[in-house]
Ligand binder design. Sequence first.
Ligand SMILES: Cc1cc2nc3c(=O)[nH]c(=O)nc-3n(C[C@H](O)[C@H](O)[C@H](O)COP(=O)(O)O)c2cc1C
Length: 386
Amino acid sequence: MLRFLNAGESHGKGMTVIVEGVPAGLLLEKESLERELERRRLGYGRGTRMEIERDRVDILGGVRRGYTLGSPIALWVENLDYPNWERLMTPDLSTRALEERVTMPRPGHADLPGVLKYSTRDIRDILERASARETAGRVCATSVAKILMRQFGMEVISHVISVGEVEASSSRKPLPEDLKTIDQDPMRCLDMEASAKMLNLVEEARAAGDTLGGKVEVLAYGVPPGLGSHVHWDRRLDGLLAQALMSIQAVKGVEIGEGFRMASVRGSLSVDLIDYQEERGFYRHSNLAGGIEGGMSNGEVIWLRVAMKPIPTMRKPATTVDIDSKRRVEALAERADVCAVPALGVIAEGMVAWVLARCFLEKFGGDHLEEIRERYLLYLERIKNF
Ligand SMILES: Cc1cc2nc3c(=O)[nH]c(=O)nc-3n(C[C@H](O)[C@H](O)[C@H](O)COP(=O)(O)O)c2cc1C
């Protein structure tokens, strides 16, 4: 089974990532992982940390002479900022001065529930791991899934569709070939007019010491019918995708296809009519379902929208209560992003690719890439002649 784990704190030495279940024979070069990590840094509105981080990946296991071995893949991403934090973050036994503790929990963060749950009086013990720096580990792991899925003609892309109250026009869905243009835009938005407005909004929020959220759309092209399953709740593709996307820090909503709009229309306007043509096979007149029916991919483009709340750490700090004195104080305003919606798209692409790769390997899995290819081609042939 395909799975990944990562370990590491935001200002610790670095991030360790273990990816298990990747078949042998996949070309895996660290440069392709670094390209995705570079994309995670994209977007106007990020904090100063993005200027410090230049993420480099070391492949420590599971790959030999460029190709995966079928054994667990071990990856390492160093935190270049660590020397500045070593005294506070050292794993070695050392006494911590009382005044070095963080005691003011930030609302909207893991801070307060975390200290209560893990019995610590230093909020840094919690915030270091709860930080979205963890997504560097995810992007590393999920890039492997992207590379694997590309072998079978699948491509996952994303674009920003709103920031704050500014919405991009929904006139056209981007195609994989649009990704370069999207990545070149400072807001990762296909609608240039909306992008300019988003940029202004970020500037306004920054000046006011405030922050912004927004939405991204993720699209997966080339996905065959039959990934996921209707037979049990925890095998449904829609459920798996929603969980994976909801697990991203600050994500508060996931919509599959026109899910929310469908709640207010008649049934007759809510289904994607099925049709058939000799050369196309089965196809649909629309794709309101976002390419998923009954917990399975149906062969149409999979598309989802992901909503992110505004960044909870603000230069204009929120009020809170000091966990020691119980007095009302201003929350700690750590160095923070004003808007991270463009980066969310890259992380969300990865999570979608990961779930699809997992379901793909569940259906066609084998120990070597070519073994999987044989099974996949046989399946495609079978559904073509259905
Ligand atoms: C790419 C990305 C960057 C983020 N940057 C920040 C940040 O700079 N400051 C901050 O307070 N929260 C940031 N967040 C959001 C927090 O990590 C998140 O709100 C917090 O961990 C609490 O989790 P929850 O919002 O899911 O409840 C970021 C999230 C993502 C996905």
